[in-house]
Design a protein around this ligand. Structure first.
Ligand code: ME8
Length: 639
């Protein structure tokens, strides 16, 4: 038998509508985890799919004027398309209307019926169609569905049905949960499950009267199998149960099954392991119930019209930033995994998305690569040098980050993994500031310059491999610019922890910003400034004057008066355009401290975004740049 395949599942989604950011979340996270585990050299099976036999799917079909089958055949590919557009690389996509799955469900039903775990009775009770869940009278809240995410009206059902003896598994489930501390995660949701089970488990109706949609009960086609009994079994359909024993042994038990908190307690942590126990199959190794996203503080709902499609969000972000669409998609993937710990509820707001785009992606990550590549072009003809020494503080940080990220993935703490990687990005940027390669170049210290640029490139290489599971396409673009010929997909996780793998002699590409900053346009309603001879102190205070250090300087092509300067404000970098090219050579400005009007409205000058204005004295038309008369840290405020 081969090595156990790392098996990851998402819930299979109802195909009554196309996916929104909520469904996309589970799938994106699963994809990142799958990609990371592939880097670690594991055989991975990452499965998702569609849950097609729900009553609400049949209702949606009716509304659309289609038969249920026509409807699901149309929507299932729409799900696949959305996943593709979000860079989801699943290994299997299961549809519950597929013959392989129908065979599994009927077989499982027969086994449980034969052994008496499924028995016939009359069902009388309430049913919530949106949740596809049976409820006892006592569970209802104000006569409505008790699920806090739903609270809609329920229907009275009275039918002859089959029941699954869930009550018989109460103690077995509690024992299993206790003996397997990692089975239910996060910990606080485990406690919810334990108290739910301890309240007493009732047997569950697992069939409904056949109204033309669902998997027929073997031998009794007037009944169909309850959609949850059907849907949960998808996880073993994919693994090859009942069809390929060898495959099943390599894949099952699932290593991690991810889902939202809405379907964690009652279905995945209770009914599902009990069904498996009844079938004599081991429960999954771990189930994780993550939190729910709201949008701008509101619950996501179709009726509110805020069930935003992730693709539309990405298109918007691309339009506002000028980033490529694939990069914008990755930025959304990044945002949802970075913004909140996996497990707790979180809010999706456009302002927060833009904030992270500008600070984490444009400023931190983008700058690290951009600045390094610009300096590689300026000082080293784009050829990766042989370093004169090992930058041991960076090497050590890489090694500890590598351990931390691995551990974070093993505990499904995706935001912690990203935080650790960003510590490394930050260290790379600070190292550049501290080592000031522009000065080393000016002073002719070529050995030190080689070490500094090699080391920053090495950080960029390692960071690129580490972020590839989160942002696969943006990472590909970074990789292309780094000029490494071996494909990114071939990079191993071990290689991401090994300092010094970047080969001297590699030719890097020219820097091209991958994450262009989103610039807020000035508000139209701003009144025009009133001209006055004097200004008040409060008006003066509106000017944000800061000391900035020039890091890079170059001529703006085809503009003989303009220089493009990259300046540092300590914790931030800007690009500005200054009309001083007639009097200053670009190189003499590098390392100089200047006075910057930092809150001037950004403007595009000859195609270059200028984010501030340098101050200079005007001596009969000649500009003389103002500098502080002793050394002041970059970023200092001027009052
Ligand atoms: O429940 N925030 O399918 P479904 C975060 N077919 N995640 C969210 C979310 C939100 N606002 N809204 C939805 C079903 N999700 C069944 C599953 S599995 C055998 C059958 C995610 O289309 C979350 O993972 O209603 C939730 O569990 C899933 O979408 C529900 O998708």
């Amino acid at each position: 038998m081969g090595e156990k395949v790392y098996y990851i599942t998402t819930p299979i989604y109802y195909v009554n509508d196309v996916p929104h950011i909520g469904n996309a979340y589970t799938t994106i996270v699963s994809d990142a985890l799958a990609r990371h585990q592939r880097q670690r050299g594991r055989g991975v099976l990452f499965a998702t799919g569609t849950d097609e036999h729900a009553i609400k799917v049949a209702e949606a079909a009716q509304e659309a004027g289609l038969t249920p089958k026509e409807f699901v055949d149309k929507l299932a590919p729409a799900f696949m398309d959305v996943w593709k557009s979000l860079h989801i690389k699943y290994d299997d996509f299961v549809r519950t209307t597929e013959p392989r799955h129908i065979a599994v469900v009927q077989k499982a039903f027969e086994i449980l019926r034969d052994k008496g775990d499924i028995y016939k009775g009359v069902y009388e009770g309430w049913y919530c169609v949106p949740d596809e869940t049976f409820f006892r009278e006592s569970e209802l809240i104000d006569g409505k569905c008790p699920n806090p995410e739903c609270r809609r009206s329920v229907q009275w059902v009275q039918e002859e049905n089959y029941y699954f003896k869930l009550s018989a598994y109460q103690d077995k489930l509690l024992d299993y949960i206790e003996a397997n501390p990692d089975f239910l995660q996060p910990e606080f949701r485990k406690n919810e499950v334990v108290s739910f089970i301890k309240q007493g488990l009732q047997d569950v109706s697992v069939t409904r009267a056949n109204r033309g949609w669902g998997i027929p009960v073997p031998g009794e086609p007037e009944k169909v199998i309850y959609v949850w009994f059907d849907a949960l079994l998808n996880y073993i359909t994919v693994a090859g149960w009942n069809s390929d024993e060898r495959k099943f042994n390599e894949i099952w038990p699932a290593d991690i099954q991810l889902m939202g908190k809405d379907i964690f307690v009652r279905f995945h942590s209770t009914l599902w392991p009990a069904m498996l126990m009844g079938l004599g199959i081991e429960p999954p190794k771990a189930l994780f119930g993550h939190g729910f996203w709201s949008i701008e503080g509101e619950k996501i709902s179709k009726s509110k019209g805020n069930a935003i499609s992730p693709a539309a969000l990405a298109a918007d972000l691309a339009a506002q930033s000028g980033a490529k669409l694939d990069v914008a998609v990755d930025a959304i993937r990044y945002f949802v995994m970075r913004e909140a710990p996996f497990g707790v509820d979180a809010d999706f707001s456009i302002a927060a998305l833009k904030g992270r785009f500008n600070s984490d992606l444009a400023n931190d990550l983008g700058n690290l690569l951009n600045r390094t590549l610009s300096m590689m072009a300026r000082y080293l003809d784009q050829i990766v040098p042989e370093p004169a020494a090992v930058a041991s503080e960076l090497k050590e940080l890489v090694e500890s980050t590598h351990r931390e990220v691995e551990d974070a993935f093993d505990r499904f703490q995706f935001n912690r993994a990203l935080e650790a990687i960003w510590q490394l990005v930050g260290a790379g940027n600070r190292y550049l500031e501290d080592q000031a390669p522009w000065r080393l170049h000016k002073e002719g210290k070529s050995g030190e310059l080689a070490t500094v640029l090699y080391s920053t490139l090495e950080v960029a290489r390692i960071v690129t491999v580490m972020i590839a599971p989160f942002m696969p396409e943006a990472a590909k673009e970074m990789w292309r610019q780094l000029g490494i010929t071996e494909p990114l997909e071939k990079q191993t996780w071990a290689g991401a922890g090994a300092w010094g793998k970047l080969a001297p002699g590699t030719k890097v590409e020219a820097a091209e910003p991958i994450f262009p900053r989103i610039e807020e346009k000035a508000r139209k309603e701003d009144p025009a400034p009133v001209e006055k001879e004097h200004i008040t102190y409060d008006e003066f205070k509106k000017l944000e004057l800061r000391i900035a250090e020039v890091i890079e300087a170059e001529r703006v092509p085809k503009a003989d008066k303009l220089l493009k300067l990259t300046v540092s404000l300590g914790d931030e970098q800007r690009t500005i355009v200054a009309g001083v090219a007639q009097w200053y050579e670009p190189d003499v400005l590098i390392g100089k401290k200047i006075v910057l009007l930092a809150n001037l409205e950004p403007a595009t000058i000859r195609g270059v975004q200028s984010q501030g204005m340098l101050l200079a004295a005007d001596i009969e038309g000649r500009a003389v740049i103002l500098t502080p008369d002793s050394d002041v840290p970059a970023g200092s405020k001027i009052r």
